[in-house]
Design a binder for this molecule. Structure first.
Ligand code: ADP
Length: 376
């Protein structure tokens, strides 16, 4: 049966960009999101106005679409399980999501299937907190962290104790600090028929735990690329997943790759694919969940730079002037998410710039130019 309507839980920029790609495939998007001014509302065929963890609303969403997918990992599996049992089709399946929604359980799962990860332990509320990994060390919320919220890089024993006490001693994950050389990421998708595509490996640059820019492809050895590709394939196959995942990794100075985190959805590190690849991550995700064959993830340029436009003040400005200045950069595409309010650190849009063989090296200068136009 051809899938005509896809439901998505979450109505932020990822759902919006998915909705824009849906048109090309003749698919309509139905969105479950709490606010009528959320970014994806403008592209949705229908909207169920409700919080993302409202399973009664999801039950209603199911009557308006053929399959349901997700925009974020704030998924309440327990509440959705009865819907799956009565035949609501979730892609990815809830069973494929179960091992990866909690960061600690995700790490245990990755280790169990033989993927390389940093050393980690669970921190339990009833015991005293100690680092077996020395310092610095990284303390992470097990769920609901994003854009570095919930990730704390801790310099010594006292700070570890103070931070955990301040958070009221929740159950968390403590992991070794990885003195990485660079951070990498990759997008991979798996179809209903079991075919897998892996996008080019990219380099990501974080500042204060938030992604500032992405460069595709990453300039790394072929051994690193094959390690990342093999990690992606193993993960998607073991989970028997249908859909698209973002995988974040650390690359050490001796060319070792460690998996940092899996996002079971489209991902910021794949936004460049909208302008720079034969098939964007949003279209690819839809293809997978709609049971279509996958398409080529190849780059259609020699290099692409994606710079996030992060909020730097509290404002309701739509920054029209800065956006048109950015659009004047040769080969640039400005994507604006249409959020009605800016807050420091909030993702408001992104810019992608394509480069060919002749001007490959210009990317660093262009990244600085974009950041100076945006942040002043
Ligand atoms: P989030 O889910 O909020 O994106 P991450 O776990 O991906 O949180 O961490 C955000 C950033 O913090 C990473 O991209 C990296 O720069 C830094 N970081 C996270 N874990 C470690 C670690 N173990 N060692 C060194 N840096 C880390």
């Amino acid at each position: 049966m051809a899938i005509e309507r896809v439901g998505i839980i979450g109505g932020g920029q990822l759902a919006k960009m998915t909705g824009e790609s849906a048109k090309k495939l003749g698919i309509e998007l139905v969105v479950q999101t709490p606010k009528s001014n959320d970014p994806a509302v403008s592209v949705a065929k229908e909207v169920i106005l409700a919080p993302v963890d409202d399973s009664v609303a999801t039950d209603r969403l199911a009557t308006h679409c053929d399959v349901i997918t997700f925009e974020n990992e704030f998924i309440n599996l327990e509440k959705l399980q009865p819907l799956a049992e009565k035949g609501v089709c979730f892609r990815p399946r809830l069973e494929a999501l179960a091992p990866i929604l909690d960061k600690y359980q995700q790490r245990c799962y990755l280790k169990e299937i033989g993927l390389p990860v940093p050393k980690f332990i669970a921190v339990e509320s009833q015991k005293a907190i100690e680092s077996p990994f020395g310092y610095p060390v990284v303390l992470k919320a097990r769920r609901h962290g994003y854009d570095g919220r919930g990730t704390f890089i801790i310099k010594d024993r006292q700070e570890l104790k103070d931070t955990w006490e301040r958070l009221e001693r929740p159950s968390m994950m403590l992991e070794e600090f990885v003195p990485f050389d660079r951070e990498l990421a990759v997008i991979a998708a798996r179809s209903l028929a079991g075919d897998i595509v892996v996008y080019p490996v990219v380099e990501t640059k974080q500042k204060e735990q938030v992604c500032r820019w992405v460069i595709a492809p990453a300039v790394v050895s072929s051994t690193v690329i094959s390690q990342v590709e093999s990690i992606s394939r193993t993960l998607l196959e073991k989970l028997d997943v249908v859909g698209l995942f973002g995988i974040e990794l650390f690359l050490t100075s001796d060319d070792k790759v460690l998996v940092n985190e899996i996002a079971p959805r489209t991902h910021n590190s794949g936004h460049y694919s909208l302008d720079a690849c034969q098939t964007s991550q949003f279209e690819m995700h839809l293809r997978a969940v709609a049971g279509l064959s996958l398409a080529s993830p190849q780059l259609n340029c020699d290099r692409a730079l994606m710079v996030n436009l992060l909020g730097y003040e509290h404002s309701q400005d739509d920054y029209q002037q800065k956006r048109s200045q950015l659009a004047q950069i040769p080969q640039a595409s400005v994507h604006w998410y249409g959020k009605t309010e800016s807050r420091p650190g909030r993702k408001l849009g992104h810019v992608t710039v394509l480069f060919d063989r002749e001007n490959l090296k210009l990317w660093e200068k262009t990244a600085r130019q974009i950041e100076s136009i945006w942040y002043g």
